[in-house]
Design a protein around this ligand. Structure first.
Ligand code: HEC
Length: 179
């Protein structure tokens, strides 16, 4: 039996789908989503968030694999130490989707600065063009990435050997620098 509340949730999710149909939300997914969000992310989701951080989003190029600001690519802008960020979940999501105008932080929402969704600004309001992001993310990918950051990075203190082994799932080469 579906409750009125669930049906309202479905209706809201359906209304939230952009007209261009960037993402198709199945009815089942819409019904499951409200409960899934309340639970701790499972291991597969955390692994996916980490993959988005390291690979698809290439955040590590500027922020370092440990997100501590030790960037992997010396040609890239200096990304901040995300282990020490004071941003909460909502602000992390906003920063990833919208980037930060006037800095090297790219926007990962394909439609950022197209319709005012980012800080109420459009392309013409930007003093300088945003850098191209390594990839663009769907909302679900941003959520997974932020789940990962909040679980493994933000407020976790400097990387050390034990955290490194936990981070990679084993005592990999990258952990050798931590005695
Ligand atoms: C091309 C380089 C680059 C890439 C790629 C990049 N960032 Fe950034 N990021 C920056 C820079 C530079 C800043 C600092 C902005 C500033 O000076 O305020 C920043 C800032 C941030 C902040 C704000 C931190 C704070 O406390 O204010 C967050 C969160 C963040 N980045 C997350 C990410 C994530 C997640 C990814 C990957 C999806 C990513 N960044 C990819 C360069 C990058």
């Amino acid at each position: 039996m579906r409750t009125a509340l669930q049906l309202t949730a479905v209706a809201m999710v359906l209304l939230a789908i952009p007209a261009n149909g960037a993402r198709v939300v199945s009815l089942a997914e819409a019904l499951v989503a409200p409960t899934a969000q309340a639970q701790a992310p499972d291991a597969a989701d955390v692994a996916e968030g980490m993959r988005l951080y390291l690979q698809k989003g290439d955040c590590q190029a500027c922020h370092g694999w440990a997100a501590d600001g030790r960037k992997m690519d010396s040609q890239m802008p200096d990304g901040s130490n995300l282990r020490e960020t004071k941003l909460d979940r909502a602000r992390l999501i906003m920063t990833i989707k919208c980037g930060r105008p006037g800095t090297g932080m790219p926007a990962f929402d394909k439609f950022a600065y197209s319709d005012g969704r980012c800080y109420g600004m459009k392309q013409a309001d930007l003093k300088s063009p945003m850098p191209d992001p390594p990839a663009t993310f769907q909302q679900r990918e941003v959520e997974l990435l932020v789940d990962f950051l909040l679980l493994k990075v933000v407020g976790k203190g400097p990387m050390d050997r034990a955290k490194c082994i936990d981070y990679w799932g084993s005592d990999v080469e990258a952990c050798k620098e931590f005695k």
